[in-house]
Design a protein around this ligand. Structure first.
Ligand SMILES: CC(=O)CC(=O)SCCNC(=O)CCNC(=O)[C@H](O)C(C)(C)COP(=O)(O)OP(=O)(O)OC[C@H]1O[C@@H](n2cnc3c(N)ncnc32)[C@H](O)[C@@H]1OP(=O)(O)O
Ligand SMILES: NC(=O)C1=CN([C@@H]2O[C@H](COP(=O)(O)OP(=O)(O)OC[C@H]3O[C@@H](n4cnc5c(N)ncnc54)[C@H](OP(=O)(O)O)[C@@H]3O)[C@@H](O)[C@H]2O)C=CC1
Length: 291
């Protein structure tokens, strides 16, 4: 099926990165969010990121302008109904995602493909609540979207071959690489990454190291570009906790128990970079460890 237009739900860090790469690849993009501020911030950030790419010669000035011209925003979810492909990238909470799909359904064209950028939630379960489980898939981008090469593709139990092939073609057109994962909690990347991040928080909780020593150890000792606590702040501690809860409940194994210290940070509203404070405090000139 030909995809020309894309509707992105949720204008947070993932939604704006997804809109950026699709607009650059020539798709018309309509972003929707419940907050006008989030929409305005997303457009400003996409503009800034495209400008940085242009200033470094990665894209031309014409590409930058054309991409910005293809991005539109709306507070009205129903407006996304006329797009060919929906990518839901709202908060990592199943009830939020279900409500979005329920609200979208009456406005959709019959052939529109529905996808979720969920980091962990069952694609089969999300799909089963829609009128088109055969046209529903997990479409999992990595953060920061304009930089990271991978997209995980997750078929639900009912996803048909045409939908899968269409998304493979889309991944190729946006210049990324697909990895297919089965629909089990947190798929591939987060099944492996998130327990490591959770273990880093346990290492902090138990006093084995402080924020700085844990991150330095993993950066310098294993060549990770970011330490696990810095990466957790980058992803968002609410998202990390949500993923651990899905792993814990979905696989019913205590090895996925979220660290109580991670829960405490989330309860405090210290969600990482997006709220200005997490394992580091970002409100000054340079990030300062909070423990
Ligand atoms: C939770 C989930 O469900 C799944 C996930 O996403 S898990 C998280 C996956 N992501 C990671 O693991 C990221 C790990 N970190 C990294 O790879 C790197 O630290 C990083 C790419 C984020 C930054 O790299 P860096 O070398 O430290 O910084 P920097 O030099 O500023 O950036 C490298 C390039 O990325 C670009 N970049 C960085 N952040 C960007 C952003 N948000 N948007 C667009 N471009 C960005 C920079 O402009 C720079 O581009 P050039 O090569 O053209 O100069
Ligand atoms: N962070 C990461 O590294 C990655 C995240 N993901 C996944 O992407 C999704 C989004 O994550 P991320 O961008 O980090 O989260 P953010 O918190 O940055 O953004 C989520 C956005 O969704 C908005 N939102 C909440 N409810 C609704 C709704 N009903 N309708 C429309 N918009 C809504 C939020 O608005 P408000 O702020 O007003 O609540 C916010 O703007 C999650 O499913 C996450 O698991 C996938 C890969 C990597």
């Amino acid at each position: 099926m030909a995809i020309n237009s894309v509707g992105v739900v949720g204008a947070g860090q993932m939604g704006n990165g997804i809109a950026h790469v699709f607009a650059l690849a020539g798709y018309d993009v309509l972003i929707s969010d419940i907050s006008q501020d989030a929409l305005d911030n997303a457009v400003t950030l996409i503009d800034k990121n495209l400008e940085r790419q242009a200033s470094r010669g990665k894209i031309s000035e014409d590409d930058r302008k054309a991409a910005m011209g293809r991005i539109k925003t709306t507070l009205n979810l129903a407006d996304l109904g006329q797009t060919d492909l929906i990518i839901e990238a709202a908060t990592e909470r199943e009830t939020v995602k279900q409500a979005i799909f329920e609200d979208l359904l009456p406005h959709l064209k019959p052939n529109t493909i529905l996808t979720s950028n969920t980091s962990s939630i069952s694609i089969t379960r999300l799909a089963s609540r829609t009128d088109r489980p055969e046209k529903f898939m997990g479409f999992h981008f990595m953060n920061p979207v304009p930089v990271m090469q991978l997209v995980e593709l997750i078929r639900g139990i009912a996803t048909d071959d045409e939908t899968y092939q269409t998304l493979l073609d889309v991944v190729e057109r946006i210049g990324k690489t697909a990895a297919s994962a089965e629909d089990f909690p947190a798929f591939i990347v987060n099944r492996i990454l998130m327990p490591m991040i959770n273990e880093a928080v346990y290492t902090l909780y138990e006093g084995v190291g402080n924020v700085q020593s844990i991150d330095s150890a993993m950066k310098l000792g294993t060549n990770h570009p970011m330490g696990p606590l810095e990466l957790a702040d980058f992803i968002g501690l609410d998202t990390c906790l949500a993923i651990m809860n899905v792993l814990h409940e979905g696989l019913a194994d205590t090895k996925y128990r979220p660290c109580p210290l991670l829960t405490k940070y989330v309860e405090a509203g210290w969600l990482g970079r997006k709220t200005g404070r997490g394992f580091y405090d970002y409100r000054g000139e340079t990030p300062v460890p909070t423990r």
